[in-house]
Design a protein around this ligand. Structure first.
Ligand SMILES: CC(C)(COP(=O)(O)OP(=O)(O)OC[C@H]1O[C@@H](n2cnc3c(N)ncnc32)[C@H](O)[C@@H]1OP(=O)(O)O)[C@@H](O)C(=O)NCCC(=O)NCCSC(=O)CC(=O)O
Length: 450
Protein backbone atom coordinates (compact mmCIF):
# COMPACT_ATOMS: atom_id res chain seq x y z
CA UNK A 1 0.00 0.00 0.00
CA UNK A 2 1.66 3.24 -1.11
CA UNK A 3 0.05 6.64 -0.76
CA UNK A 4 1.93 9.53 -2.24
CA UNK A 5 0.35 12.00 0.18
CA UNK A 6 -0.52 10.20 3.38
CA UNK A 7 -3.03 12.01 5.54
CA UNK A 8 -3.58 11.82 9.26
CA UNK A 9 -7.17 12.58 10.31
CA UNK A 10 -7.79 13.57 13.89
CA UNK A 11 -10.96 11.81 15.04
CA UNK A 12 -11.24 13.04 18.62
CA UNK A 13 -9.31 14.36 21.58
CA UNK A 14 -10.31 12.66 24.82
CA UNK A 15 -9.27 13.37 28.38
CA UNK A 16 -7.98 10.42 30.34
CA UNK A 17 -7.76 10.90 34.08
CA UNK A 18 -6.66 8.62 36.88
CA UNK A 19 -9.28 7.10 39.16
CA UNK A 20 -10.27 9.77 41.74
CA UNK A 21 -7.30 10.41 44.00
CA UNK A 22 -5.73 13.03 46.25
CA UNK A 23 -4.11 16.16 44.83
CA UNK A 24 -0.34 16.23 44.40
CA UNK A 25 2.03 19.20 44.36
CA UNK A 26 5.64 18.52 43.43
CA UNK A 27 8.07 21.43 43.36
CA UNK A 28 10.69 21.25 40.62
CA UNK A 29 14.24 20.42 41.74
CA UNK A 30 17.40 21.90 40.27
CA UNK A 31 17.67 18.79 38.07
CA UNK A 32 14.30 19.67 36.51
CA UNK A 33 14.99 23.39 36.33
CA UNK A 34 17.98 22.84 34.07
CA UNK A 35 15.57 21.79 31.29
CA UNK A 36 12.78 24.32 31.97
CA UNK A 37 12.61 25.97 28.56
CA UNK A 38 13.88 23.21 26.34
CA UNK A 39 11.53 21.71 23.80
CA UNK A 40 9.54 18.63 24.87
CA UNK A 41 10.72 15.19 23.79
CA UNK A 42 8.36 13.59 21.24
CA UNK A 43 8.64 9.81 20.93
CA UNK A 44 6.87 7.55 18.48
CA UNK A 45 6.44 3.84 19.02
CA UNK A 46 5.15 1.89 16.01
CA UNK A 47 3.36 -1.48 16.35
CA UNK A 48 2.45 -3.91 13.60
CA UNK A 49 -0.90 -5.59 14.42
CA UNK A 50 -2.90 -5.99 11.17
CA UNK A 51 -5.85 -7.74 12.84
CA UNK A 52 -6.43 -5.05 15.47
CA UNK A 53 -9.59 -2.94 15.39
CA UNK A 54 -9.57 0.72 16.31
CA UNK A 55 -12.21 0.39 19.01
CA UNK A 56 -10.35 -2.39 20.85
CA UNK A 57 -7.07 -0.49 20.58
CA UNK A 58 -8.44 2.81 21.86
CA UNK A 59 -10.50 1.34 24.68
CA UNK A 60 -7.61 -0.83 25.99
CA UNK A 61 -5.08 2.00 25.79
CA UNK A 62 -7.43 4.45 27.53
CA UNK A 63 -8.34 2.19 30.45
CA UNK A 64 -4.75 1.09 31.04
CA UNK A 65 -3.54 4.68 30.82
CA UNK A 66 -6.02 5.70 33.50
CA UNK A 67 -4.86 2.84 35.76
CA UNK A 68 -1.21 3.79 35.19
CA UNK A 69 -1.81 7.46 35.96
CA UNK A 70 -2.88 6.43 39.46
CA UNK A 71 0.81 5.62 40.06
CA UNK A 72 2.07 8.54 37.96
CA UNK A 73 -0.35 11.26 39.15
CA UNK A 74 1.96 14.20 38.28
CA UNK A 75 1.74 13.20 34.60
CA UNK A 76 -1.99 13.95 34.60
CA UNK A 77 -1.30 17.41 36.01
CA UNK A 78 0.21 20.67 34.89
CA UNK A 79 3.40 22.54 35.43
CA UNK A 80 2.38 25.78 37.12
CA UNK A 81 4.35 28.94 37.85
CA UNK A 82 2.26 31.49 39.68
CA UNK A 83 3.95 34.92 39.69
CA UNK A 84 3.84 34.88 43.51
CA UNK A 85 5.80 31.61 43.73
CA UNK A 86 9.59 31.55 43.58
CA UNK A 87 9.61 28.42 41.43
CA UNK A 88 7.35 26.25 39.30
CA UNK A 89 5.62 23.15 40.65
CA UNK A 90 3.85 20.20 39.09
CA UNK A 91 0.26 20.21 40.31
CA UNK A 92 -2.32 17.48 39.90
CA UNK A 93 -5.75 18.29 41.30
CA UNK A 94 -9.07 16.56 40.96
CA UNK A 95 -10.77 19.98 41.25
CA UNK A 96 -9.07 21.21 38.10
CA UNK A 97 -10.24 18.16 36.20
CA UNK A 98 -6.61 17.48 35.32
CA UNK A 99 -6.12 14.74 32.75
CA UNK A 100 -3.87 13.59 29.94
CA UNK A 101 -5.20 14.70 26.57
CA UNK A 102 -5.25 11.75 24.20
CA UNK A 103 -5.63 12.44 20.49
CA UNK A 104 -7.15 9.62 18.46
CA UNK A 105 -6.29 9.72 14.77
CA UNK A 106 -6.28 7.54 11.68
CA UNK A 107 -3.64 7.50 8.95
CA UNK A 108 -3.64 6.08 5.44
CA UNK A 109 0.17 6.09 5.43
CA UNK A 110 2.38 3.07 4.84
CA UNK A 111 3.59 1.73 8.19
CA UNK A 112 6.38 -0.32 6.57
CA UNK A 113 7.89 2.72 4.91
CA UNK A 114 7.58 4.91 8.01
CA UNK A 115 9.26 2.24 10.13
CA UNK A 116 12.04 1.57 7.65
CA UNK A 117 15.57 2.89 7.99
CA UNK A 118 15.86 4.73 4.68
CA UNK A 119 15.55 8.53 4.40
CA UNK A 120 12.00 9.63 5.20
CA UNK A 121 10.79 13.23 5.12
CA UNK A 122 11.06 14.56 8.68
CA UNK A 123 7.78 16.48 8.56
CA UNK A 124 5.84 13.26 7.82
CA UNK A 125 6.25 12.31 11.48
CA UNK A 126 4.91 15.55 12.93
CA UNK A 127 1.17 14.81 12.52
CA UNK A 128 1.71 11.61 14.54
CA UNK A 129 2.74 13.37 17.76
CA UNK A 130 0.57 15.69 19.87
CA UNK A 131 1.46 19.19 21.00
CA UNK A 132 1.85 20.31 24.59
CA UNK A 133 0.12 23.61 25.29
CA UNK A 134 2.43 25.97 27.20
CA UNK A 135 1.70 29.49 28.47
CA UNK A 136 3.66 31.78 30.81
CA UNK A 137 1.94 30.33 33.85
CA UNK A 138 0.97 26.80 32.94
CA UNK A 139 2.12 23.89 30.79
CA UNK A 140 0.73 20.43 30.21
CA UNK A 141 3.13 17.71 31.28
CA UNK A 142 2.28 14.85 28.95
CA UNK A 143 0.20 14.39 25.80
CA UNK A 144 -0.51 11.19 23.89
CA UNK A 145 -1.64 10.41 20.35
CA UNK A 146 -2.92 7.04 19.19
CA UNK A 147 -2.82 6.83 15.40
CA UNK A 148 -4.54 3.83 13.86
CA UNK A 149 -3.20 2.52 10.55
CA UNK A 150 -6.06 0.25 9.31
CA UNK A 151 -4.99 -3.34 8.55
CA UNK A 152 -1.42 -2.48 9.55
CA UNK A 153 -1.17 -1.46 13.21
CA UNK A 154 -0.80 1.75 15.13
CA UNK A 155 1.61 4.34 16.42
CA UNK A 156 1.75 5.79 19.88
CA UNK A 157 3.02 9.36 20.02
CA UNK A 158 4.14 10.60 23.43
CA UNK A 159 5.10 14.21 24.06
CA UNK A 160 6.83 14.77 27.39
CA UNK A 161 7.75 18.07 29.05
CA UNK A 162 11.50 17.96 29.63
CA UNK A 163 11.33 19.78 32.97
CA UNK A 164 9.16 16.94 34.31
CA UNK A 165 10.41 13.74 32.69
CA UNK A 166 13.87 12.56 31.76
CA UNK A 167 14.52 9.54 29.53
CA UNK A 168 14.50 7.10 32.47
CA UNK A 169 11.15 8.41 33.80
CA UNK A 170 9.53 8.35 30.34
CA UNK A 171 10.78 4.81 29.70
CA UNK A 172 9.55 3.64 33.10
CA UNK A 173 6.10 5.21 32.51
CA UNK A 174 5.77 3.66 29.03
CA UNK A 175 6.72 0.23 30.34
CA UNK A 176 4.28 0.61 33.26
CA UNK A 177 1.46 1.58 30.89
CA UNK A 178 2.35 -1.34 28.61
CA UNK A 179 2.41 -3.69 31.60
CA UNK A 180 -1.06 -2.54 32.72
CA UNK A 181 -2.46 -2.88 29.20
CA UNK A 182 -1.03 -6.34 28.65
CA UNK A 183 -1.63 -7.82 32.08
CA UNK A 184 -4.73 -5.87 33.22
CA UNK A 185 -5.13 -7.23 36.77
CA UNK A 186 -1.45 -7.75 37.67
CA UNK A 187 0.05 -5.33 40.17
CA UNK A 188 2.72 -2.97 38.87
CA UNK A 189 6.18 -4.46 39.49
CA UNK A 190 8.47 -2.56 41.83
CA UNK A 191 10.86 -1.46 39.08
CA UNK A 192 7.99 0.27 37.24
CA UNK A 193 6.51 1.95 40.32
CA UNK A 194 7.86 5.49 40.54
CA UNK A 195 9.46 6.85 43.68
CA UNK A 196 7.76 10.24 44.03
CA UNK A 197 9.54 12.20 46.73
CA UNK A 198 11.52 15.37 46.21
CA UNK A 199 13.08 15.58 49.67
CA UNK A 200 15.79 13.11 48.63
CA UNK A 201 17.34 15.70 46.27
CA UNK A 202 19.74 17.87 48.28
CA UNK A 203 20.85 21.30 47.10
CA UNK A 204 23.70 22.34 49.38
CA UNK A 205 25.01 25.11 47.09
CA UNK A 206 21.72 26.80 46.18
CA UNK A 207 21.90 25.67 42.56
CA UNK A 208 18.13 25.94 42.29
CA UNK A 209 18.21 29.69 42.98
CA UNK A 210 21.08 30.20 40.55
CA UNK A 211 19.16 28.43 37.78
CA UNK A 212 15.95 30.33 38.55
CA UNK A 213 17.84 33.64 38.38
CA UNK A 214 19.19 32.74 34.97
CA UNK A 215 15.78 31.76 33.64
CA UNK A 216 14.22 34.93 35.07
CA UNK A 217 16.80 37.12 33.39
CA UNK A 218 16.11 35.31 30.10
CA UNK A 219 12.45 36.41 30.31
CA UNK A 220 12.61 40.09 31.44
CA UNK A 221 12.67 39.09 35.10
CA UNK A 222 9.13 37.72 34.88
CA UNK A 223 8.39 34.10 35.74
CA UNK A 224 7.53 32.34 32.50
CA UNK A 225 7.23 28.74 31.41
CA UNK A 226 7.30 29.65 27.70
CA UNK A 227 9.74 27.44 25.82
CA UNK A 228 12.57 28.56 23.55
CA UNK A 229 11.19 28.92 20.03
CA UNK A 230 11.72 25.84 17.89
CA UNK A 231 13.24 25.79 14.46
CA UNK A 232 10.90 25.30 11.49
CA UNK A 233 11.63 22.04 9.70
CA UNK A 234 11.56 22.29 5.91
CA UNK A 235 10.76 19.52 3.39
CA UNK A 236 14.49 19.13 2.64
CA UNK A 237 15.13 17.53 6.05
CA UNK A 238 15.03 13.74 6.17
CA UNK A 239 15.23 11.21 8.98
CA UNK A 240 17.52 8.19 8.60
CA UNK A 241 18.24 5.21 10.86
CA UNK A 242 21.72 3.72 10.99
CA UNK A 243 22.66 0.58 12.85
CA UNK A 244 25.73 -0.80 14.55
CA UNK A 245 25.56 -4.52 15.23
CA UNK A 246 27.12 -6.02 18.33
CA UNK A 247 29.90 -7.32 16.03
CA UNK A 248 30.49 -3.83 14.56
CA UNK A 249 30.81 -2.44 18.08
CA UNK A 250 33.21 -5.21 19.10
CA UNK A 251 35.37 -4.62 16.00
CA UNK A 252 35.52 -0.90 16.76
CA UNK A 253 36.34 -1.64 20.41
CA UNK A 254 39.20 -3.93 19.41
CA UNK A 255 40.52 -1.28 17.05
CA UNK A 256 40.75 1.17 19.96
CA UNK A 257 42.38 -1.44 22.21
CA UNK A 258 45.07 -2.03 19.61
CA UNK A 259 45.77 1.60 18.80
CA UNK A 260 45.37 3.50 22.06
CA UNK A 261 47.93 3.33 24.82
CA UNK A 262 45.59 4.63 27.52
CA UNK A 263 43.07 2.74 29.63
CA UNK A 264 39.68 3.76 28.18
CA UNK A 265 36.03 3.17 28.96
CA UNK A 266 34.94 1.20 25.92
CA UNK A 267 31.24 0.83 26.67
CA UNK A 268 28.68 0.44 23.92
CA UNK A 269 27.65 4.07 24.47
CA UNK A 270 31.20 5.45 24.20
CA UNK A 271 32.06 3.42 21.10
CA UNK A 272 28.78 4.20 19.32
CA UNK A 273 28.59 7.90 20.10
CA UNK A 274 32.30 8.41 19.31
CA UNK A 275 31.78 6.71 15.97
CA UNK A 276 28.78 8.89 15.10
CA UNK A 277 30.60 12.06 16.22
CA UNK A 278 33.55 11.14 14.00
CA UNK A 279 31.35 10.63 10.95
CA UNK A 280 29.39 13.85 11.61
CA UNK A 281 32.52 15.97 12.04
CA UNK A 282 34.14 14.47 8.93
CA UNK A 283 30.96 14.82 6.91
CA UNK A 284 30.89 18.53 7.74
CA UNK A 285 34.63 18.88 7.00
CA UNK A 286 35.73 22.50 6.83
CA UNK A 287 38.41 24.40 8.70
CA UNK A 288 40.23 22.04 11.09
CA UNK A 289 40.67 24.85 13.63
CA UNK A 290 36.92 25.15 14.01
CA UNK A 291 35.24 24.24 17.29
CA UNK A 292 32.45 21.72 17.74
CA UNK A 293 29.94 21.55 20.58
CA UNK A 294 29.64 17.94 21.76
CA UNK A 295 27.25 17.00 24.55
CA UNK A 296 25.35 14.15 26.15
CA UNK A 297 23.15 13.69 29.20
CA UNK A 298 24.14 11.40 32.04
CA UNK A 299 21.83 9.82 34.59
CA UNK A 300 22.92 10.78 38.12
CA UNK A 301 20.56 8.51 40.11
CA UNK A 302 23.36 6.06 40.83
CA UNK A 303 26.10 8.69 40.78
CA UNK A 304 24.84 10.74 43.75
CA UNK A 305 26.09 10.09 47.25
CA UNK A 306 23.88 8.63 48.63
CA UNK A 307 22.35 7.42 45.35
CA UNK A 308 18.67 8.02 44.53
CA UNK A 309 16.37 5.07 43.95
CA UNK A 310 16.62 3.89 40.34
CA UNK A 311 12.84 4.50 40.12
CA UNK A 312 13.11 8.18 41.18
CA UNK A 313 10.42 10.15 39.29
CA UNK A 314 11.61 13.33 37.58
CA UNK A 315 14.79 14.56 36.05
CA UNK A 316 18.07 13.31 37.42
CA UNK A 317 20.24 14.01 34.41
CA UNK A 318 23.15 16.35 33.94
CA UNK A 319 24.75 17.43 30.68
CA UNK A 320 28.42 16.73 29.99
CA UNK A 321 30.87 17.11 27.12
CA UNK A 322 32.67 20.12 25.67
CA UNK A 323 31.14 23.22 24.10
CA UNK A 324 34.46 24.06 22.45
CA UNK A 325 35.92 20.73 21.32
CA UNK A 326 38.54 20.99 18.57
CA UNK A 327 37.54 19.51 15.22
CA UNK A 328 41.18 18.94 14.27
CA UNK A 329 41.97 15.69 16.15
CA UNK A 330 38.82 14.12 14.69
CA UNK A 331 39.23 15.52 11.19
CA UNK A 332 42.94 15.30 10.68
CA UNK A 333 45.61 12.63 10.62
CA UNK A 334 45.51 9.11 9.33
CA UNK A 335 42.22 7.44 8.55
CA UNK A 336 40.83 5.82 11.69
CA UNK A 337 42.73 8.08 14.10
CA UNK A 338 39.88 10.58 14.37
CA UNK A 339 37.67 7.90 15.88
CA UNK A 340 40.31 6.99 18.48
CA UNK A 341 40.53 10.64 19.45
CA UNK A 342 36.72 10.90 19.84
CA UNK A 343 36.72 7.76 22.03
CA UNK A 344 39.48 9.23 24.22
CA UNK A 345 37.49 12.44 24.74
CA UNK A 346 34.20 10.70 25.46
CA UNK A 347 35.79 8.15 27.75
CA UNK A 348 37.34 11.00 29.75
CA UNK A 349 34.06 12.90 29.98
CA UNK A 350 32.11 9.84 31.17
CA UNK A 351 34.80 8.84 33.68
CA UNK A 352 34.86 12.42 34.97
CA UNK A 353 31.16 12.50 35.88
CA UNK A 354 30.83 13.15 39.61
CA UNK A 355 28.51 15.05 41.96
CA UNK A 356 31.12 17.79 42.49
CA UNK A 357 30.75 18.86 38.84
CA UNK A 358 26.95 19.04 38.74
CA UNK A 359 26.76 22.77 39.40
CA UNK A 360 29.40 23.67 36.83
CA UNK A 361 27.83 21.41 34.21
CA UNK A 362 24.32 22.79 34.79
CA UNK A 363 25.26 26.46 34.77
CA UNK A 364 27.82 26.48 31.96
CA UNK A 365 25.32 26.18 29.04
CA UNK A 366 23.86 29.61 29.89
CA UNK A 367 27.16 31.35 29.20
CA UNK A 368 28.36 28.98 26.45
CA UNK A 369 25.32 29.46 24.22
CA UNK A 370 25.72 33.24 24.44
CA UNK A 371 29.32 33.23 23.25
CA UNK A 372 29.25 30.53 20.54
CA UNK A 373 29.44 31.74 16.95
CA UNK A 374 26.35 31.06 14.80
CA UNK A 375 26.59 27.94 12.68
CA UNK A 376 28.88 26.04 15.05
CA UNK A 377 28.40 22.29 14.65
CA UNK A 378 26.30 21.04 17.58
CA UNK A 379 26.22 17.33 18.37
CA UNK A 380 24.10 15.99 21.23
CA UNK A 381 22.18 12.87 22.20
CA UNK A 382 18.52 12.13 22.79
CA UNK A 383 17.55 8.85 24.41
CA UNK A 384 20.22 6.36 25.38
CA UNK A 385 21.43 2.83 24.79
CA UNK A 386 19.89 1.39 27.96
CA UNK A 387 16.40 2.84 28.33
CA UNK A 388 14.74 -0.33 27.03
CA UNK A 389 11.88 1.46 25.23
CA UNK A 390 11.57 -1.56 22.91
CA UNK A 391 10.39 -3.46 25.99
CA UNK A 392 7.05 -1.56 25.83
CA UNK A 393 4.75 -4.45 24.87
CA UNK A 394 1.10 -3.44 25.33
CA UNK A 395 -0.07 -6.96 24.55
CA UNK A 396 0.43 -6.79 20.78
CA UNK A 397 4.17 -7.48 20.75
CA UNK A 398 7.17 -5.18 20.94
CA UNK A 399 7.34 -2.00 18.87
CA UNK A 400 8.65 -2.55 15.36
CA UNK A 401 10.34 0.83 15.49
CA UNK A 402 10.88 3.66 17.92
CA UNK A 403 11.75 7.19 16.83
CA UNK A 404 12.49 10.35 18.76
CA UNK A 405 10.73 12.85 16.54
CA UNK A 406 12.26 15.96 18.09
CA UNK A 407 15.81 15.20 16.93
CA UNK A 408 14.92 17.18 13.81
CA UNK A 409 14.52 20.38 15.89
CA UNK A 410 18.09 20.40 17.21
CA UNK A 411 19.74 17.87 14.88
CA UNK A 412 20.64 15.68 17.84
CA UNK A 413 21.48 11.99 17.57
CA UNK A 414 18.93 9.53 18.96
CA UNK A 415 20.36 6.37 20.44
CA UNK A 416 18.52 3.23 21.42
CA UNK A 417 19.33 -0.42 21.93
CA UNK A 418 18.32 -2.32 18.81
CA UNK A 419 14.76 -3.60 18.80
CA UNK A 420 15.72 -7.23 18.08
CA UNK A 421 17.61 -7.57 21.37
CA UNK A 422 20.82 -8.56 19.57
CA UNK A 423 23.05 -6.10 21.42
CA UNK A 424 23.31 -3.64 18.56
CA UNK A 425 22.45 0.05 18.62
CA UNK A 426 19.98 2.06 16.53
CA UNK A 427 21.06 5.56 15.63
CA UNK A 428 18.54 8.16 14.44
CA UNK A 429 19.73 11.24 12.55
CA UNK A 430 18.15 14.08 10.63
CA UNK A 431 19.97 15.75 7.75
CA UNK A 432 19.41 17.87 4.70
CA UNK A 433 18.70 15.39 1.89
CA UNK A 434 21.93 16.31 0.14
CA UNK A 435 24.08 15.44 3.17
CA UNK A 436 22.82 11.88 3.63
CA UNK A 437 25.17 10.34 1.07
CA UNK A 438 28.32 11.88 2.55
CA UNK A 439 27.52 10.75 6.10
CA UNK A 440 26.37 7.30 4.92
CA UNK A 441 29.55 6.55 3.01
CA UNK A 442 31.75 7.64 5.93
CA UNK A 443 29.64 5.48 8.25
CA UNK A 444 29.95 2.33 6.15
CA UNK A 445 33.59 2.91 5.13
CA UNK A 446 34.77 3.32 8.75
CA UNK A 447 33.38 -0.11 9.60
CA UNK A 448 35.47 -1.76 6.91
CA UNK A 449 38.82 -0.31 8.03
CA UNK A 450 41.34 -2.85 9.24
C1 LIG B 1 26.73 8.64 30.87
C2 LIG B 1 26.35 7.33 30.23
C3 LIG B 1 25.61 7.64 28.91
C4 LIG B 1 27.63 6.56 29.95
O1 LIG B 1 27.31 5.34 29.42
P1 LIG B 1 28.23 4.07 29.60
O2 LIG B 1 27.59 2.97 28.87
O3 LIG B 1 29.62 4.41 29.28
O4 LIG B 1 28.21 3.79 31.13
P2 LIG B 1 27.31 2.79 31.94
O5 LIG B 1 27.75 2.93 33.34
O6 LIG B 1 25.89 3.03 31.65
O7 LIG B 1 27.72 1.33 31.40
C5 LIG B 1 29.06 0.94 31.23
C6 LIG B 1 29.15 -0.56 31.18
O8 LIG B 1 28.69 -1.03 32.43
C7 LIG B 1 27.89 -2.18 32.28
N1 LIG B 1 26.52 -1.86 32.69
C8 LIG B 1 26.09 -0.70 33.20
N2 LIG B 1 24.80 -0.75 33.51
C9 LIG B 1 24.36 -1.98 33.20
C10 LIG B 1 23.13 -2.63 33.28
N3 LIG B 1 22.05 -2.03 33.78
N4 LIG B 1 23.04 -3.89 32.84
C11 LIG B 1 24.12 -4.50 32.33
N5 LIG B 1 25.32 -3.91 32.22
C12 LIG B 1 25.46 -2.68 32.67
C13 LIG B 1 27.99 -2.55 30.87
O9 LIG B 1 29.04 -3.47 30.74
C14 LIG B 1 28.32 -1.28 30.16
O10 LIG B 1 29.01 -1.54 28.97
P3 LIG B 1 28.23 -1.99 27.63
O11 LIG B 1 27.32 -0.86 27.32
O12 LIG B 1 29.29 -2.12 26.61
O13 LIG B 1 27.49 -3.24 27.86
C15 LIG B 1 25.45 6.47 31.12
O14 LIG B 1 26.12 6.15 32.33
C16 LIG B 1 24.16 7.13 31.44
O15 LIG B 1 24.05 7.99 32.32
N6 LIG B 1 23.13 6.71 30.70
C17 LIG B 1 21.78 7.27 30.80
C18 LIG B 1 21.67 8.52 29.97
C19 LIG B 1 20.24 9.02 29.89
O16 LIG B 1 19.45 8.82 30.81
N7 LIG B 1 19.92 9.63 28.78
C20 LIG B 1 18.60 10.17 28.54
C21 LIG B 1 18.66 11.67 28.72
S1 LIG B 1 17.06 12.35 28.67
C22 LIG B 1 16.75 12.50 27.05
O17 LIG B 1 17.57 12.43 26.23
C23 LIG B 1 15.34 12.72 26.75
C24 LIG B 1 14.59 11.43 26.66
O18 LIG B 1 15.23 10.39 26.40
O19 LIG B 1 13.38 11.45 26.82
Amino acid sequence: MVHSNPTVNILEVVRVSPPPSDSVTLPLTFFDLGWLKLHPVDRLLFYRVPELTRSVLVSKLKSSLSATLLHYLPLAGRLVWNPKDTKPSIVYSLDNEDAVHVTVAESNGDLSRLTGDKPRTATEFHPLVPELPVSDESARVLAVQITFFPNQGFSLGVTAHHAVLDGKTTAMFLKAWAHNCKNEQDPLPHDLTPFIDRTVVKDPTGLETKLLNRWMSASDNKPSLKLFPSKDIGPEIVRVTYRLTRENIQTLRERVETESRTELRLSTFVITYAYVITCLVKARGGDPTRRVCIGFASDFRSRLNPPLPSTYFGNCIVGAGDFDAEAEPILGGEEGKGFISAVESLSGWVNGLCPENIEKNMLSPFEAFKRMEPGRQMISVAGSTRLGIYGSDFGWGKPVKVEIVTIDKDMSVSLSESGDGSGGVEIGLCFKKDDVGRFGSLFSRGLKLK
